[in-house]
Write a protein that binds this ligand. Structure first.
Ligand code: NG1
Ligand code: ZN
Length: 549
């Protein structure tokens, strides 16, 4: 009874905006910040229930990532630090759109019954870690989320303050693994494993052009601020952070802008020609690299998520082959680790070819981190990246266990030192790279360490393969759900007949590839096209966009 009246009473303080329907898309709820108070309050309730149900700490992150500063959003981190389980998404949609406190209460009561969520036991019964990016609307929304959490009796919300999205996910994972969940423990783990990898680079390598300062575009968001703080702990790496929050968040800056527009962000120009640059997005879960081309109005050489993935795959594969060298096939102590990579249809065709030529298993999933992450977790080492720069490397428990044991036994053998170093490197990578979600800061450190290891400049790295020219367009439509796709979004099954019409366009261009899909974060249909020349990719994209319109 107490619980019910508490919920009714607090829900009355957060009436939903009229005539707006929100849905938990590829990245949680996202909308103009002024529309979100009630949604965020309700997601607070959901997070508290999720914590009760799982008996673990849950995370809530308030951010709209690369979207404009007046937008905001909220997403839930599950106990592992990953995205909210998909079977709770319908409930999430339902409560966000409940018209009044009574219907909200009814939905909650039914759900609690169905999920058999118990209210007794631990103290506190539920805990939710809250974080937000630098958006001015974040503070009030965080308060609304907190009120949602505390409207479930026995639940508490712990404010982690302004953090990057991956920091918050990392903290949730750490807490549930019995570790300390603070920013300083995060920085400590990253800097320790970074130093370890730096110490393990092969003798004699270091002079090949990448000792120069790394220039970082902080998107005027939280990532730049954090990196500025963190860089002091990173011996052997010189970083200059620009766009640290003096300009407008995500306006002409950030990984999304750089990747989609293929131009240099604000504060970067011809004076930086040829230098190694990186760009974070607004909440620092995406990372791309670039290098300014001389005298060509802000044109850049883009090194996107596909190429980061390729660099990581190359390095990991090399360490695995060092470890397996000379092991007989019967394999006393050897372990045939399954290394796999996961991409989406947005991956440049040239990257997929390159990875397959390396002999790797390549899997495609639909767009959305939750799908990529889930697939990558099926491998001993699963590397996933979206072309836009979101990705990470997942290690299986079984493989890490084997790695630790063999790391110890290798200490005492003669061939040990080389193999032992490879084992140490892989262990350090598993500590450095965020196991919960894609993380621009940890990804950046791993890129830097691998470039040092290889003795490569950003240009050498970019030469791994040549991207096929591509074009992305968005088309505003009345009802984006009219487009239904299959086979990891590579085929359009509805509207009927559109795929045949697309095929006829695609057939006009050598190496032509094109697909469409409804966006999960914006009210648009996205068109992607690829071909051997930029003109051809542009023409293919616009003719398919006309079919959609
Ligand atoms: P949508 O709007 O569903 O295309 C975009 C990105 C995704 C992912 C989400 C979450 C593209 C083409 N799509 O999703 O990859 O990052 O945002 O931020 O970049
Ligand atoms: Zn982001």
């Amino acid at each position: 009874e107490n619980q019910q009246s508490l919920l009714l009473e607090s829900a009355a303080r957060f009436p939903p905006p009229k005539g707006v329907r929100l849905s938990y898309g590829t990245a949680g709820f996202r909308a103009d910040a002024s529309l979100l108070e009630s949604t965020v309050f309700r997601v607070g309730i959901l997070a508290a229930l999720r914590s009760l149900k799982t008996g673990s700490v849950i995370g809530l992150m308030i951010t709209a990532s690369h979207n404009k500063v007046s937008d905001n959003g909220i997403k839930v981190a599950d106990p592992s630090g990953g995205m909210l389980t998909q079977d709770w998404e319908p409930f999430s949609d339902a409560i966000a759109n409940a018209p009044d406190p009574h219907s909200l209460l009814q939905l909650i009561t039914e759900f609690v019954k169905k999920e058999e969520i118990g209210f007794e036991g631990r103290q506190p019964a539920a805990e939710v870690l809250l974080g937000r990016d630098t958006r001015p609307s974040g503070e009030a929304l965080l308060e609304a989320a907190k009120q949602g959490i505390t409207s479930i009796i026995g639940a508490i919300g712990t404010d982690m303050g302004v953090v990057t999205t991956p920091q918050l996910h990392w903290m949730v994972r750490a807490r549930n693994g019995g570790l300390e969940a603070s920013e300083s423990s995060y920085f400590h783990q990253l800097s320790t494993s970074f130093r370890c990898l730096m110490d393990l680079k092969p003798e004699g390598i270091s002079k090949n052009g990448n000792d120069a300062t790394l220039l970082v575009d902080g998107a005027d968001g939280v990532g730049g601020e954090k990196l500025e703080q963190f860089k002091k702990m990173l011996a052997g790496l010189c970083i200059e952070v620009r766009n640290r929050g003096d300009g407008i968040l995500n306006e002409g800056v950030g990984a999304d802008y750089v990747q989609k527009e293929k131009v240099a962000p604000r504060s970067f120009g011809s004076a930086d020609t040829g230098l190694r640059c990186a760009s974070l997005d607004g909440d620092a879960d995406r990372l791309v690299y670039f290098s300014v081309l001389s005298n060509e109005n802000n044109k850049i050489e883009l090194v996107d998520g596909d190429k980061i993935l390729s660099l990581f795959a190359l390095f990991i594969k090399e360490q695995l082959s060092i470890l397996n060298e000379g092991e007989d096939k019967k394999g006393n102590d050897s372990y045939q680790a399954r290394l796999g990579v996961v991409q989406t249809a947005y991956a440049n065709g040239a990257s997929t070819d390159y990875l397959k030529e390396m002999g790797l298993e390549v899997v495609l999933t639909p767009t959305g981190v939750k799908y990529l992450h889930e697939k990558a977790a099926e491998f001993d080492i699963g590397i996933y990246f979206e072309a836009n720069g979101h990705g990470t490397i997942l290690f299986s428990e079984a493989f890490l266990c084997w790695l630790e044991t063999s790391h110890k036994t290798l200490l005492s053998t003669s061939e040990g030192s080389v193999k032992q170093k490879a084992a140490s490197r892989l262990l350090a990578v598993s500590q450095l790279i965020n196991q919960a979600v894609g993380d621009a800061l940890s990804g950046l450190l791993l890129v830097e360490v691998i470039l040092k290891y290889m003795g490569w400049s950003i240009h050498r790295w970019n030469e791994l393969y040549h991207d096929l020219p591509s074009r992305q367009l968005k088309v505003k439509v009345v009802d984006r759900t009219a487009v239904v796709t299959a086979n990891a979004e590579t085929v359009t099954v509805q509207p009927i007949g559109i795929q045949e019409a697309m095929n006829a366009e695609i057939a006009k261009y050598p190496r032509g590839r094109c697909f469409i899909r409804p966006s999960g974060t914006e009210d648009v249909i996205r068109v992607y096209a690829e071909a051997t020349t930029q003109d051809a990719a542009d023409a293919l994209a616009s003719s398919v966009a006309r079919l959609v319109d």
